[in-house]
Write a new protein. Sequence first.
Length: 578
Amino acid sequence: MKIRALKKGIALGLACILTASLAGCGGNAAGGNSGTADALATQEQGSAAVEESAGGGETKDAPADIPQPDPDERYSISYTGMWSGADYEDGSYVETMIEDALNVDITVEKAETNDTIDLLLASGEMPDCGWFDKTVNWMYEQELARPIPRAMVEYYCPKLIEYYEEFPLMYEMTLDPENEDQFRYLTGITFQFVDYYLPNDYYRYDWILDLGIDLGVNVEQISDNIYVADDGIELSKFIEIMDAFVNKDPNHTGARDTVGVTAPSLTQGVFFSGYDFYTGVNDVNGRAEQYYVMDEYKEFLKGFADMYKRGLIDPEIITGDRTLSWEKVNNQTAGYWITSTNALNSWAVERPPLTLIEKYPDVKILATPGVKPDGGEVKARTNESPAYGSFYVNANVDDQKLAKILQFLNYTLFGDGDLDIHASMFYGEKGVDWEWDETGEMPVKLNEMPSGKKGTWTFGQYGQDRDVTRWTTYEPLFVAGLKYWSAEENGSWMKWQTIPYKSDIRSETDYASISSEISSDVWAYVNNYCAEAVLGQIDVDATWDDYLAELDRMGYNKMMDELEKVEPLEDIIASYGK
């Protein structure tokens, strides 16, 4: 069932998804917005009540139909989330801060990896609430989760609802398709993967200049060491650069000791772009297909096999160990690598490009948006929305406790509107671990703490709104290139970012369950075929039909037939403007 109870104003939020950038406004939602003056009034009441909250997080003057916590009870809430593994310290600073503010007792269940979470759920010890990497259908089939009344979320979590209003696809994800008055789960927020965290590639630009290679793109210097290309590098030019890096002694050692293509793995979207397809689900003549069955992928395998035969690909790329590729870059035996624009920030100080700048102060590094087909355009993916994580509430939680849990969620995700609290979720104690800079807008770390220390990130991980994204991303090198890679700045690279063709965001088919059942075998087979093809151990043309037939036997076509039942994401988005 489609949910279409929407306000006209949604069209504005969705319009930015369909602009050239496509990344700054993605969305993932089920259904719609309140659509009535009463609901809007309720929202405004909720915002005001939360702002006026006192006495341990209790709200005042709630509408009669909104369940409230018992003001005389101190609730106990069990919880699990990111950075809450075995090393989590009970009674951490952030945990205590939350307890004191909301008049609750918190127990953090020690689970973080998928394996430990699986054991936790299988044991019947699901906490009262938390972030779980499980499909909504599975959680409800196992009778682990309960629905969450929409009116309660609008009242207790007004900031979250603001983001749902801005990115209505998030309603499509989370609302019950059969009942738009309740959520099946809630999703958090991060703008890292839609606005700022673009996969891209880097080159030793000083090598390129020294070798006299004309890139065919405009290049701008944005810092002492970093240069940025305004377009992708054509595939034929990319191959020319790799050939020169391998065969023309770019590091001036007098030995043939350099490699060409190095990367965390062979299956990089930057490479796929050069062969005119996207990573993930593509539109193939109106049918949704995974990239690894496409004719373009076949050409990629053949092209990279030829490059490998010519010695232009680092043999150790097959290992999938990204630290090996970084080591080669740091040791000047590789002049090309793939990471992200965000790697210009201090969190990435132990990987290139920052390691190169530290080691070789005069180095010149070129950032580009990827490889493109000769005469074609870069093809890059961004997330369809800023939705991040899946927050479920235990099926045994009653409405009164649910109200307290929603207060807890609002407080941990957005600091209840208080930027000091919001910053402390990520950086620790104000005045001890961090302080505001001279502008009063950016937290400055006084102590470098790993995530999870003092409870940092454990509770706030999924509340990475625009404030947090700026705090964690807007460092000088990154800011210098915003005109290229920031959606908020209408960055020129953003015009190539697009969302997947289809995604079962409503969980209305068996796609996710079939994918979960077959994915391990399929990915092992696909990755092995890729490695054998690039290494020249098999003939791609001779084995391609057998490869597709084996994928079909494994259940690939059955899985994709399920995805055919859903609308393209852009059609879902367009429907909100009607």
